[in-house]
Design a protein around this ligand. Structure first.
Ligand code: NAD
Length: 258
């Protein structure tokens, strides 16, 4: 496996978070130069250290993925520092509030859509010219099992992750002829900060009970790990997956198989 991304530049958004950090380690360990993007600069120190420990070069860019000029800047920095872009892991996201739909505040709904949908759209929009300049490449978007099924308490998140599926399929249609593939991963609960926040939101007094309940509806009987997501993302981004385009892939221990 070593070396699948030798000489390649990989942009990872949400690189300071659980899944993003695991992706930094995975891609760097396979030879990639990493552009680690997150809202603030200092939490990205861990990503830079992880890339270094895995033997890869990296830079950190603080950028808000919902802001178009920030997105243009992270792509431009990738090109100026490493000469181009081969892979975008469009992964930054927020969960929003855990509130019934009829009580969901519009401003919070819009914030979730801004990060999870506009962020993914803008990443695709501005990475495509850079991928084209390399003669092709891969985009992997992070949707969720919430992009495949509904959920009463997190309607904004569910809507945003369904939209990521639409963007993925549209991008696959648009750029297949240019060797640019766009796929999406749909993780079930994965052990990161985001699940801690959702567990708290669902039961402030006993978040552990929510975890137990969730694990009960995952046939594998547990949450996934960030590394399990990262290894599949790396596969989808690699040339081994070059006939895979427009795919929407659960990584969910069987959760959506029923
Ligand atoms: N953890 C899960 O159970 C799970 C399941 C399915 C999908 N996902 C998705 O996986 C992705 C990564 O989530 P995670 O579990 O690692 O959560 P996380 O909270 O650990 O990481 C998310 C990262 O995105 C960053 N981010 C948020 N808003 C941003 C913005 N506007 N601009 C730039 N960066 C921003 C955060 O600072 C954070 O570092 C998200 O898109 C999430 O929706 C997570």
């Amino acid at each position: 496996m070593a070396g699948r991304f030798e000489g390649k530049t990989v942009i990872i958004t949400g690189a300071a978070g659980g899944i993003g950090l695991a992706a930094v380690t995975r891609f760097a360990s396979e030879g990639a130069s990493i552009v680690a993007v997150d809202l603030k600069r200092s939490p990205l120190d861990e990503a830079l250290a992880a890339a270094k420990a895995a033997g890869g070069e990296s830079i950190a860019v603080d950028a808000d993925v919902s802001n178009e000029s920030d997105v243009q800047r992270y792509v431009a920095e990738a090109v100026s520092r490493f000469g181009g872009v081969d892979v975008l892991f469009n992964n930054a996201g927020i969960e929003g509030a855990v509130i019934p739909l009829e009580e969901y505040p519009l401003d919070m709904f819009q914030q979730v859509m801004a990060v999870n949908v506009n962020g993914v759209f803008l990443g695709m929009k501005h990475a495509v010219p850079a991928l084209r300049a390399r003669g092709g490449g891969a985009i992997v978007n992070t949707s969720s099992v919430a992009g495949m099924t509904g959920n009463a308490s997190i309607s904004a998140y569910v809507a945003s992750k369904h939209a990521v599926v639409g963007l993925t399929r549209s991008g696959a249609q648009a750029y297949a002829g240019e060797g640019i593939r766009v796929n999406a991963v749909c993780p079930s609960p994965i052990d990161t900060r985001m699940m801690r926040a959702l567990e708290e939101g669902l039961n402030e007094d006993n978040p552990a009970a929510i975890k137990e309940q969730m694990e009960g509806i995952i046939p594998a009987g547990r949450y996934g790990t960030p590394g399990e997501v990262a290894s599949f993302v790396a596969y989808l981004a690699s040339d081994e997956a070059k006939f895979i385009n427009g795919g929407i892939f659960p990584i969910d221990g069987g959760m959506t198989s029923a």
